[in-house]
Design a protein. Structure first.
Length: 302
């Protein structure tokens, strides 16, 4: 297992949540299976996990389920394996409560989106991170301007860091140029890769970590990609990147949860269905994911 310098360094997996249709009105979470999945990721070289993110379908969990996801992950994690829960919420008070719950459960850090009930302005974003930071846990901001419609621009991130509200950022804009601009404005801020299909570019730029989706299905191959890219083994890393890229690019698509869960099923890791409003992949999407996953399996990447 990797031994990152900070809890959010290395390859942290934005975990999918296994659910089963047992005849009830709502798909039931398999908490035992989720705990086993955490152990599996640790055994296969990942540095940690980030539950209750978008891939974990946190929007569709009850309060009790969301809290239990965190405690299940922390109880299952071996020593040295980071659990950094997502604590996103419509407003700062709710996000602060989830951060307090994470702290009580033993998490060393949390990941936080800006307020996502409306298109918050700069003052509202800064106040949001200020309030949640008062809990005392280190915060890794999450910039996802596509879903939140709020862009944590490089200068805004630099201000949040200067005020002591954040320690890092999961950068999901997909624009590698952001990495360099952020580091110019805030050299000590950890800029983490947040988009699977730019992992190679972020690693060679010097990013200390990757908060990633596809290691749910292909952990060893993804860790190898990150480690070789970061170590400057560019020929082998680029070859592996080309093999994985047909799958990695699904992380930036609307159907990323269903795609990753399907790949998990195909490699023998239970992914299962997703709760509404997510619907199954259509026939064309499913075929693309199947072919790309089967190719990865044939290349020995699973």
């Amino acid at each position: 297992m990797n031994t990152p310098k900070a809890p959010w360094h290395g390859v942290l997996v934005a975990t999918a949540l296994p659910m089963h249709d047992r005849g009830s009105k709502t798909l039931e979470i398999d908490f035992d299976g989720f705990g086993e999945h955490i152990k599996f990721l640790a055994e296969n070289g990942c540095s940690g996990a980030t539950p209750n993110g978008s891939l974990g379908e946190y929007h569709n969990l009850t309060l009790e389920e969301r809290a239990r996801v965190v405690t299940t992950a922390i109880e299952a994690a071996p020593e040295g394996f980071t659990i950094m829960p997502g604590v996103a919420a419509y407003g700062a008070d709710e996000a602060r409560r989830w951060t307090e719950q994470a702290a009580e459960a033993g998490a060393p850090a949390v990941m936080l989106l800006p307020p996502n009930a409306y298109r918050a302005d700069r003052r509202a974003v800064i106040d949001h991170y200020k309030i949640v930071s008062q809990v005392g846990l280190p915060i890794v901001a999450y910039n996802n301007p596509f879903d939140t419609k709020v862009d944590l621009t490089p200068d805004l991130l630099a201000e949040l860091y200067a005020e002591g509200y954040i320690k890092g950022v999961k950068e999901f804009s997909g624009d590698i140029r952001r990495y360099y601009e952020i580091k110019e404005l805030a050299p000590e801020l950890d800029v983490l890769c947040g988009t699977d299909d730019v992992a190679f570019e972020f690693a060679i730029a010097g990013s200390p970590g990757w908060i990633s989706g596809y290691p749910n299905a292909l952990p060893r191959a993804c860790v190898q990609l990150w480690d070789e890219s970061a170590a400057g083994k560019l020929d082998s890393a680029l070859a592996l990147y080309r093999s994985l890229h047909p799958l990695l690019r699904w992380d930036s698509k609307t159907e990323f949860v269903q795609a990753i869960k399907l790949s998990m099923d195909l490699v023998g890791r239970y992914g299962g269905p997703s709760r509404p409003p997510r619907v199954p992949l259509n026939a064309q999407q499913e075929a693309l994911v199947r072919v790309a996953t089967e190719n990865a399996i044939a290349e020995g990447l699973a």
